[in-house]
Ligand binder design. Structure first.
Ligand code: NAP
Length: 250
């Protein structure tokens, strides 16, 4: 069974690991190409966009793909919509592998923002020391709030996307550790954390550390994903789904 996994997440890598060595499946994992040095994966990988819905529909046909797992990040909304459109057009079954969002717990002080733009304005006029953990591509929204000092953590260098006077940069990638996150926030005198509601364990320690330190967290809500797509939250459940589809394939 030829499978396309749309990846860039821990869940996609976990599914790839489960499929590797299973002779009844022939998976390929697709990455957008945002990270210059992606972690090696145990199944064939392709890198780069498909060219919208039409390009992906062509790929599905040319590669004789029989099932697609959309395991993209919860904030990768365009790719998920393209996957739904292309799979409908090519009549290929599609499953969304989407990790559950984080939920506020006792002791958390969350301020929910509907967008990155809104998150930047929630910071307010008073200068603060802000830990920005939102990736690289949307940092530009914080250029409208240059009064703050930003600690920015990304996988790739940020270049000149955040042109404000006070920016400290840190390059690192998940998984993170709660004690280390707490030490970092204390050392840098952080008084606010900004994050997407990404969900999952790998980046949750910053939320736990902010709770322990009594810091407010500006948490950006997830964008909408296609509604009529069947969803699971774990790689194990995605594998079950594939096994059921495989049994139905003559
Ligand atoms: P996006 O806005 O939903 O997609 C923009 C375009 O990038 C798509 O139209 C597609 O180009 C291409 N693309 C996205 N994911 C792809 C994939 N897995 N394989 C091939 N092409 C892909 O995506 P994004 O938010 O920029 O995220 C890009 C990638 O980074 C995703 O794979 C996602 O899982 C990963 N990621 C994103 C975030 C985040 O916060 N957004 C965080 C961690 C990881 P074409 O239209 O040309 O096909």
């Amino acid at each position: 069974m030829r499978i396309l996994i749309l990846g860039g997440t821990t869940e996609a890598s976990a599914l790839a690991a489960r499929l590797s060595g299973r002779s009844e499946f022939s998976p390929v994992l697709s990455l957008a190409g945002r990270t210059s040095d992606p972690r090696p994966l145990p199944i064939p990988t392709r890198i780069g966009g498909f060219g919208g819905i039409e390009g992906l529909a062509h790929f599905l046909k040319n590669e004789r793909i029989e099932a697609v797992i959309d395991a993209t990040h919860p904030f990768a909304a365009i790719m998920s919509h393209n996957a739904a459109g292309a799979c409908a057009r090519a009549a290929v079954p599609l499953l969304g592998l989407r990790r559950a969002p984080w939920k506020q717990q006792d002791g958390d002080h969350w301020i929910e923002a509907p967008s990155m733009d809104a998150a930047a304005s929630v910071l307010g006029d008073m200068p603060r020391r802000v830990f920005l953990t939102i990736g690289r591509l949307e940092l530009r929204f914080f250029a409208s709030a240059p009064q703050h000092t930003y600690l920015v953590r990304t996988i790739e260098p940020i270049g000149d996307v955040l042109s404000v006077p006070n920016v400290l940069t840190l390059r690192d990638r998940a998984p993170f550790d709660e004690a280390a996150e707490r030490t970092l926030m204390e050392r840098e005198c952080i008084d606010m954390l900004v994050t997407k509601n990404s969900g999952g364990d790998a980046t949750y320690p910053k939320i736990a550390a902010a709770r322990a330190l009594g810091l407010p967290v500006i948490i950006v809500s997830r964008p909408g994903k296609p509604r009529d797509v069947e969803e699971v939250t774990t790689a194990e459940a995605a594998l079950d789904w594939l096994e059921k589809h495989h049994c139905r394939t003559p």
